[in-house]
Write a protein that binds this ligand. Structure first.
Ligand code: AAO
Length: 552
């Protein structure tokens, strides 16, 4: 049975409980003398009294945090600092970190990012840092209310052709040919070689669901999750992370694991650590299943275990913003399930991920990334303003792209690193941007502001949709916020109903509210709730967003 979608939160001084998106407020307008600490305490007591806890579908009952950021290839020491100095103050719910377990060191090509998807053991030891550094990060992030989600590579170990030796990043011995990983330990019995029926031993045909689960993904030795000892070893690894304080998992290559096996493994996984989480809370689970339609394996097979990646989201939204195949933003009026996407409460959504931003996985040319910042910011803003799905923001590093015949020859290049292979720190420039080739999309003002916007409008339906039947669109969030886009080649000037209380609002895209001033554009909402919006088609950021907390 699926849990009800509920939420308890403070909204403009009222304590509100919403269930299935219907909102009821009580304890109306607490006097200003009730401090924020008192409010937090009251909220916690109420949560405990109701016995409400986390589920595999909801990452975070903390009311005001709704998005996670993937800090791809960051070191644990940098993630810890980022939680404290940036993510907590700006309302991020959590961080997806790169796989923390020991992987094969690959020198040819030189330390590709994807070596981390070739496990050698479940020791917490990687280019991002040691177990002690990992523990310190989880503690410090949890202490400021930012939770850590681990990328769990549990479908396979390293490449079958990786040879043998002590080539794990922490020196663990392995013999890939013999399927021997003594540091776990796994032996040849723990792999699917006997039951895979393809000639090569690899997945050869995605129309056959059996080989997709029982054969090797790109030559990676395929664990037999149907076996009790394999299930227990994986659960032991996940429980080690949960004991440390991790809040959930991205299940890598979930498509290649039988959904029943994931279900049994998760049944062996403990509740979250009560040092930070309400007793009985379950880990937040999101499974990486690429289902664009037309293949044997379907996302819906995995819904009982938790959320699933919705890869159609970034592909379709990218196509619309590029205006390809006659697509236009006005079409987004029906954005959501009717675009052939999974139910909103099962979906984890993103504009790009670490694979498809460089041509891996699925997506193709329509995927927007930081390389195309103008459209990318619009896409991320649309995603964060729209209620569909649980949102994940990508945070990348720059690499020397070398695109030939549509393929990036440098798609393998690992994170900014020193000549000995150690990852470079994320330097923060005086203006808040990142140095050392870290892109830090999550720190771009427009994206950061929209993360806050989503927290403020969360749970509200879309209201007052408007479009010009082309690429100028606008919509409200039931009186909590309003957003307007101009992706046309002509200027926009229009008066629209917003449902916002009358007053002067700061556009949080061109600037922000700073005390009693706006650092960017001002929007005047009249007594009847309407406002004039003007957006030049050549503007660097041709969109405007206002919300109730950006009112002067
Ligand atoms: C590396 C080398 C390989 C080598 C291997 C072993 O690159 O040449 O054989 O080592 O030595 C990452 C990298 C891989 C890397 C691997 C291990 O991306 O390049 O291999 O680490 O180091 C499938 C899976 C999906 C997977 C994706 C990459 O279903 O789970 O491939 N993503 C995750 C991670 C990823 C990681 C792994 C899994 C492995 O996010 O970072 O790999 O841990 C179809 C299928 C998809 C399939 C794609 C790609 O997609 O539907 O399921 O994804 O093909 O094979 C259209 C179609 C679409 C199709 C797509 C591509 O868009 O509509 O369905 O075309 O054909």
């Amino acid at each position: 049975m699926l849990p009800l979608k509920w939420e308890l939160r403070w909204a403009s001084g009222n304590l509100c409980f919403s269930i299935q998106q219907k909102c009821k407020c009580f304890l109306r307008k607490l006097p200003p003398c009730v401090s924020d600490n008192m409010k937090s305490l009251l909220l916690l007591l109420l949560l405990a009294a109701f016995g409400l806890a986390w589920s595999p579908y909801s990452s975070n009952p903390r009311p005001l945090r709704t998005s996670v950021v993937h800090l791809f290839e960051w070191r644990w020491v940098d993630v810890a600092l980022e939680c404290e100095r940036y993510l907590a103050p700006n309302g991020f719910a959590g961080v997806q970190v790169s796989p923390p377990n020991e992987n094969l060191v690959i020198l040819n090509p030189w330390r590709p990012w994807w070596e981390r998807y070739q496990p050698i053991s479940y020791k917490l030891c990687s280019r991002s840092g040691s177990e002690n550094e990992f523990r310190d990060m989880v503690t410090r992030c949890n202490n400021v209310g930012v939770h850590i989600y681990v990328d769990a590579v549990i479908n396979h170990m390293c490449s079958s052709g990786a040879g043998s030796g002590s080539g794990g990043i922490c020196g663990s011995f392995f013999n890939a040919g013999m399927r021997d990983f003594p540091a776990v330990p796994y032996s040849s019995f723990d792999f699917n070689d006997r039951i895979c029926k393809t000639a090569s031993g690899d997945i050869e045909n995605y129309s056959d669901p059996i080989q997709v689960r029982n054969c090797r993904l790109s030559g990676l030795v395929d664990l037999a999750q149907g076996r009790e000892d394999v299930r227990s070893k994986i659960a032991e690894y996940m429980n080690h992370l949960i004991d440390i304080g991790v809040a959930g998992f991205r299940i890598d290559a979930a498509k290649h694991i039988w959904p029943e096996d994931i279900n049994v493994i998760l049944s062996k996984v403990n509740n979250l650590n009560t040092r930070w989480f309400i007793k009985g809370s379950r880990p937040f689970i999101y499974q990486e299943v690429i289902d664009l339609g037309g293949e044997a394996v379907q996302s819906s097979e995995y819904f009982r275990n938790g959320r699933v990646t919705e890869f159609k989201y970034g592909i379709q939204l990218g196509t619309v913003l590029h205006k390809w195949n006659g697509a236009k933003m006005a079409d987004l009026k029906s954005w959501g399930e009717s675009w052939n996407m999974m139910p909103s409460d099962k979906a984890i959504v993103f504009i790009d991920n670490h694979d498809n931003q460089r041509g891996h996985g699925a997506g193709g040319a329509s995927i927007l990334t930081f390389w195309n910042p103008r459209l990318y910011k619009m896409a991320v803003a649309f995603m964060l303003a729209h209620p569909y799905g649980f949102t994940r923001i990508m945070s990348s590093y720059r690499w020397p792209r070398d695109i030939q015949h549509g393929k990036d020859l440098n798609d393998w290049v690992g994170p900014p690193s020193n000549s000995d292979g150690t990852i470079k720190p994320v330097e923060i420039n005086p203006d808040g941007t990142c140095g050392n080739n870290w892109i830090c999309e999550h720190r771009w003002n427009q994206i950061r502001s929209m993360v806050v916007f989503r927290n403020i409008v969360y749970g509200q339906p879309i209201t007052d949709w408007w479009d010009n039947n082309n690429n100028q669109v606008a919509f409200g969030c039931n009186g909590k916020g309003f957003i307007v886009f101009n992706n046309d080649n002509r200027n926009l000037s229009v008066i629209l109903p917003t449902r916002l209380p009358a007053g002067v609002y700061c556009d949080v895209i061109s600037g922000q509210k700073d005390g009693s001033l706006c650092t960017g554009t001002q929007v005047h909402v009249a007594a009847n709730g309407t406002a004039r919006f003007q957006i030049n088609s050549q503007a660097e950021d041709p969109f405007i967003a206002i919300h109730v907390e950006a009112k002067l």
